[in-house]
Design a protein around this ligand. Structure first.
Ligand SMILES: *Cc1c(COP(=O)(O)O)cnc(C)c1O
Length: 397
């Protein structure tokens, strides 16, 4: 066989040297727990919270142990009770329905459109039919739905919107940062997201009561005054007695390596988008490949890329994955019958009641997905696009 890509789709960039120095300083101090502070010390986690709040443009920020914990805490802080219906995307990753199940909610799945955004007509219909008071909106793979229209629909129906921004840290809709539309927003700093602390996450909100409830839920004990971007003491008057401690705090080591990464985040958004455009340009040359339309109102963060091959059968889709892999290109396919790696489709979430999503199923049947780590060069991206086109030609000439 001819050309082959030899890079690794799971290779992140190294942690910046300044972040490594900050981590070593934390280790030398021995003070890794966020509340274990010296007398004159603000603490890495509190400083990170203040910096993330300022960068996000929210009123409050809470650092937590993972994006999935952020989702669970947000649902509980917003008043979800066991048995409550929660609307969410039919196409997302397992931590989203997982969080709903973990807090006792009942996931009601909403269809997506061919550009992988929530179908707002189906959302409206399911708000009416389910009586749900919550939407856990997953900005899956960075594709923002029309946020103005979504908020109009949800506000009119008195539905609380929680944004899952695991793939949209840094993205904007009409100039407003993703996460600043709903009541609360959840972010992940897990290795494959836009900042890398191995595991980690943030919650942001403008609501003092929600911020207080989330802080106690995260396991603050009565030490919430040591937070960097939380509400005033008065906001904790009830929450300190009412909210259970779910021990989901971020530690100083992770905060230390995230602070220098936050300083690079905007520059990295540009670097991801350069890579995205290089792959997209190559793929869009192929007559059987349909790339995903990015609306003019969206500032996308292209840390991964999706495309569809609507004419292909399941056998052909599997053959495209194999032909790409033979060329060193790792594609994920959402039409597979069995969950693989990080990829699963709603029929394999057996903890969620089975639901009919014909439109979503039709889209997922021929949907491919690929990571774009910053360790790839522009030339790598152009080569990868060519190799995908070669794989597609081999399967469906
Ligand atoms: C990764 C991810 C999460 C959860 O983040 P973790 O930090 O891994 O718990 C939530 N939603 C989506 C869509 C994700 O991809």
């Amino acid at each position: 066989m001819g050309r082959r890509f030899t890079g690794s789709f799971t290779q992140q960039e190294p942690i910046p040297a300044v972040a490594i120095d900050a981590a070593v300083a934390v280790l030398q101090s021995g003070r890794l727990h966020r509340y274990n502070l010296a007398a004159d010390e603000a603490g890495e986690v509190a400083q990170l919270e203040a910096e993330y709040r300022d960068w996000q443009g929210s009123r409050y920020c809470l650092a937590v142990t993972s994006g999935g914990q952020a989702l669970q805490i947000a649902l509980r802080a917003c008043g979800l009770r066991p048995g409550d219906a929660v609307l969410t995307n039919g196409f997302t990753l397992a931590p989203v329905p997982g969080a709903i199940s973990a807090v006792g909610g009942t996931a009601v799945l909403v269809e997506i459109d061919t550009d992988l955004r929530l179908d707002l007509q189906d959302l409206e219909a399911k708000i009416a039919s389910s009586g749900a008071r919550f939407v856990l909106l997953s900005h899956m793979r960075g594709h923002l739905c029309d946020m103005d229209a979504l908020m109009r629909i949800c506000d009119a129906a008195n539905v609380t919107v929680i944004e899952d921004c695991a793939h949209t840290m840094g993205a904007r809709w009409n100039g407003t940062r993703s996460g600043n539309f709903g009541k609360m927003a959840c972010f992940s700093t897990q290795t494959y997201k836009h900042m890398n602390s191995g595991e980690g996450g943030f919650l942001t909100t403008d609501d003092a009561d929600l911020a207080a409830r989330a802080t106690i839920l995260s396991g603050s004990y009565m030490l919430y005054a040591r937070h960097g971007a939380g509400p005033a003491r008065a906001a904790f008057a009830d929450a300190r007695y009412e909210m259970p401690n779910c021990s989901a705090r971020m530690d100083a080591l992770r905060a230390a390596i995230l602070r220098p990464q936050l300083a690079q985040l905007d520059a990295n958004v540009t670097r991801w988008n350069d890579r995205y455009r290089a792959v997209e340009a190559g793929l869009s040359q192929h007559p059987r490949i349909t790339t995903i339309a990015l609306p003019a109102n969206e500032l996308h963060v292209g840390s991964s890329i999706q495309f569809r091959m609507p004419e292909l059968s399941a056998t052909q889709c599997r053959a495209v994955v194999d032909a790409a892999l033979a060329r060193g290109v790792e594609l994920k396919w959402f039409g597979a019958g069995e969950p693989v790696g990080f990829t699963s489709a709603h029929p394999s979430w057996h903890y969620v009641a089975a639901q009919e999503l014909p439109q979503t199923d039709r889209i997922l049947a021929t949907l491919f997905d690929m990571r774009l780590p910053l360790s790839f060069s522009q030339a790598d991206c152009a080569l990868i696009a060519d190799l995908i086109c070669d794989a597609a030609n081999e399967v469906a000439p």
